[in-house]
Design a protein around this ligand. Structure first.
Ligand SMILES: *[C@@H]1O[C@H](CO)[C@@H](O)[C@H](O)[C@H]1NC(C)=O
Ligand SMILES: *[C@@H]1O[C@H](CO)[C@@H](O)[C@H](O)[C@H]1NC(C)=O
Ligand SMILES: *[C@@H]1O[C@H](CO)[C@@H](O)[C@H](O)[C@H]1NC(C)=O
Ligand SMILES: *[C@@H]1O[C@H](CO)[C@@H](O)[C@H](O)[C@H]1NC(C)=O
Ligand SMILES: *[C@@H]1O[C@H](CO)[C@@H](O)[C@H](O)[C@H]1NC(C)=O
Length: 419
């Protein structure tokens, strides 16, 4: 429906992305990275044949909009210039799709920490309210749900324990997530988000407009033995990555994907043509999760792992990395983000995993100054500096090669529709 592309076109497109990112100033103007930014891309470069080829491959290639959470914002995948509060990254799959499409009105509204409430009209920092429906949009991308369902709490309680003893038990965090998932409320909220997007673009006037929603991927290979004795815990004596832990967390992700899919099917049933496509890219991450065979976790050197570790580097293809990575920078200990007496309320309000992790660590350290970090890379001299939130918040999010795969899975779905 969107891209009458063949496999070879995608191969060309990958190359085109590589070429385009080498001229970063053209593709990622700095001012594109603020919440609610509605500017359209300018035609600034001479058209390349590859770019034109891709452009021609899509019909009425006018624009699109991306809504959602940090998985959509592409946290950690590099910034060109200053990072915004939404932690949008230059290799977010939405950005890669925008680059493939050439100059097009792209509204990148996705924001780290966003829940359905932050996408919905009338909500705090509402993405739908920021969406300028006067600009051309042929489709929307959407990734949301993980923050509604408490993914951070699960990751914190089961894996990292930023908050040390106060992190709660893994079982309770997973049970809480499952209860949220099984409640009707989540389904209702997701339905509202989707209907509000469709209403805002006035789908009856744009019958071809559709929403492409992505799910999540399982984090672990749950079968390997070696990982049973390893830990990602922040502090000494962190939880082990046992098979049970890995399979419980994986099962939760699969349940989330199934729920998203089911809700989308129910919405589509109300229309004569499908309005929402669900892209489940989980299988494409096979072999690229944590705890793969012969990997000693945390393995900071393995580019084939498509999720970030705490403070881990991105795995963008050589030549496509951002020139200025901001998440290595540090905060002063007087930053409000690490003030144990006051950081929690604002961190909870934004839902930003990095702000939550930082604040939890600051409180834990305040309660017990003798606490020691488990891994060398986490160590900062806490008396003089902390890493910025993205350093922690990108954890368990897709790295650049993961986003390339998500993009390709989206294209695959679109091609299948084209028949
Ligand atoms: C793209 O389309 C234009 C106009 O239809 C045509 O002139 C051009 O040759 C096409 N380019 C490619 C690479 O197919
Ligand atoms: C493309 O746009 C033209 C003019 O707005 C319209 O007539 C045509 O139906 C559109 N084609 C597709 C495939 O949406
Ligand atoms: C929305 O886009 C239209 C068309 O480009 C523009 O004229 C208008 O100023 C934009 N509105 C806002 C609030 O940015
Ligand atoms: C893991 O290591 C074992 C022994 O060194 C080797 O036989 C096996 O092929 C390796 N597996 C993978 C997936 O690399
Ligand atoms: C980039 O190049 C280095 C050195 O040649 C190599 O070790 C690394 O794996 C490459 N990264 C990727 C993502 O291809």
């Amino acid at each position: 429906m969107y891209a009458s592309a063949t496999f070879s076109v995608v191969a060309f497109a990958c190359l085109a992305v590589t070429l385009l990112f080498e001229q970063q100033a053209v593709i990622i103007p700095e001012n594109q990275h603020t919440l609610g930014n509605t500017g359209s891309r300018q035609e600034t470069s001479a058209s390349s044949p590859l770019r034109e080829f891709w452009h021609n491959g899509s019909r009425n290639n006018t624009g699109f909009v991306a809504f959602g959470d940090s998985y959509s914002a592409g946290i950690g995948t590099g910034v060109d210039g200053k990072e915004d509060d939404c932690r949008q990254g230059i290799h977010a799959h939405a950005q890669l799709i925008a680059a493939d499409r050439g100059p097009t009105a792209f509204q990148f509204l996705s924001c780290t920490g966003a829940t359905t409430a932050n996408v919905m009209a009338g909500g705090e920092n509402s993405q739908i309210d920021s969406f300028n429906a006067s600009l051309p949009a042929d489709f929307a991308l959407l990734s949301v749900g993980g923050n509604d369902l408490g993914f951070f709490d699960v990751m914190n309680a089961c894996v990292f324990r930023f908050y040390n003893f106060y992190s709660g038990t893994c079982e309770a965090a997973i049970a809480h997530s499952r209860a949220n998932l099984e409640s009707d409320e989540f389904e209702i909220r997701l339905r509202i988000v989707i209907m509000e997007i469709l209403d805002k673009i006035r789908w009856e006037k744009k019958p071809r407009f559709t929403i492409t929603m992505t799910g999540y991927a399982r984090f672990f290979n749950e079968l390997t033995d070696g990982c049973d004795d390893m830990s990602f815990g922040i502090w000494w004596y962190g939880p082990k990555l046992t098979k049970k832990l890995r399979s419980d967390m994986n099962a939760l992700v699969l349940t989330v994907n199934a729920k998203l899919h089911k809700t989308i099917n129910a919405i589509n049933a109300d229309f004569t043509e499908d309005k929402v496509l669900f892209v489940d890219y989980d299988n494409a991450f096979e072999g690229h999760r944590f705890c793969e065979p012969n990997v000693t976790e945390p393995d900071y050197g393995r580019a084939d792992t498509w999720f970030f570790l705490v403070g881990g580097q991105d795995n963008a293809r050589n030549g496509t990395q951002s020139r200025r990575l901001s998440d290595i920078k540090t905060l002063s200990p007087t930053s409000p983000l690490v003030d144990p007496s006051s950081c929690l309320e604002p961190a909870r309000r934004t839902g930003d995993w990095g702000m939550l992790a930082l604040c939890y660590m600051a409180i834990a350290k305040h309660h017990d100054p003798t606490l020691r970090f488990a891994h060398e890379n986490i160590v900062v001299d806490l008396s003089s500096r902390w890493y910025v939130p993205t350093y922690y918040g990108k954890t368990f999010h897709p790295r650049s090669l993961g986003h390339e795969t998500i993009r390709d899975q989206i294209y695959k779905k679109w091609r299948a529709l084209d028949g």
